[in-house]
Design a protein around this ligand. Structure first.
Ligand SMILES: [Zn+2]
Length: 276
């Protein structure tokens, strides 16, 4: 199975406020970027789960309501603050606030969550999800990466157990580079690598793959912020020009499903259990 997920946030949300000025933030590209991405998906009837920021839903309620009529909507938190920048209490408030906003706008409380930047610092933050009513998380990884640390041994789905309660974990797929696991199947990596490699990595993971993409990944005209450190600049802007075309090929070559559909295809009695 191949799962497609979309993190619905503005073009600047992962850049960090320290690099942005007020003028940058005034440049809203959310609606046109999401429209462009949806058009590509709809050309091929691709399904996807959209992890929406609470603050985006508040700013564009009609856009998110319409999205929820056609696709599954989960929470991407409220403000896109990395988890390591928040204490546990603030993290809980951020998740709960996003759930309340999305429930008010979509008429249904989300049960699936993805952390901004996949940024889980440790198990304590994971415990918070149980209290927020999250049933499925799509944030943990089998590698250390720029914002979060390695918390899983494998790349496949598993159960996280705490005191007899369970959260289904559906992790983003990592890729194999020179014999090592490094990076994800999505976002900047999707833009960076030639399409043939992305296709091969996806084919290699035919039992389970999860890719993620952002509306900004198909926005070749987005502003280029000056002063970004080289690695961040690369991650933000590499491959933007050809990304829409690449995505079109990708959703044409694979039958993508959303997280809810994939969950129904997994035998949860046979997956590993991670105990907190
Ligand atoms: Zn994000």
């Amino acid at each position: 199975m191949h799962i497609l997920t979309v993190d619905v946030e503005e073009w600047y949300h992962l850049l960090g406020v320290e690099y942005l000025n007020d003028e940058d933030i005034q440049d809203r590209r959310m609606e046109s970027n999401l429209d462009r991405l949806l058009k590509v998906l709809e050309e091929h009837g691709a399904r996807a789960t959209f992890f929406v920021l609470g603050s985006v839903a508040e700013e564009y309620p009609d856009m998110v309501r319409k999205l929820a009529e056609r696709y599954e909507v989960g929470s991407h938190g409220y403000r896109h603050r990395l988890l390591g920048d928040m204490g546990l209490k603030d993290f809980e408030k951020d998740v709960m606030h996003s759930m309340e906003v999305l429930e008010r706008i979509c008429g249904k409380r989300p049960i699936r969550y993805r952390a901004p930047g996949f940024s889980f610092p440790d198990e304590d933050y994971l415990r918070v999800l149980f209290d927020c009513g999250v049933e499925t998380d799509c944030s943990l990884a089998a590698i250390n990466h720029p914002y979060g640390r390695k918390m899983l041994k494998g790349d496949g789905p598993c159960l996280i157990e705490q005191g007899g309660r369970y959260i289904r974990e559906m992790p983003p797929t990592t890729i194999s580079l020179l014999g090592r696991r490094a990076g994800f199947l999505g976002g900047g990596y999707f833009r960076l690598f030639p399409y043939m490699l992305t296709r091969r990595w996806t084919e290699q993971n035919r039992d389970y793959s999860m890719t993620y993409i952002h509306p900004r990944d198909v926005d070749a005209g987005q502003p280029r912020i000056k002063g970004l450190p080289p690695l961040r600049r690369l991650r933000s802007y590499v491959g933007l020009k050809g990304a829409e075309r690449k995505l079109r090929r990708y959703v044409g070559d694979f039958d993508f499903v959303d997280v809810a559909t994939a969950e129904g295809m997994i035998d949860w009695d046979r997956v590993p259990v991670v105990r907190l």
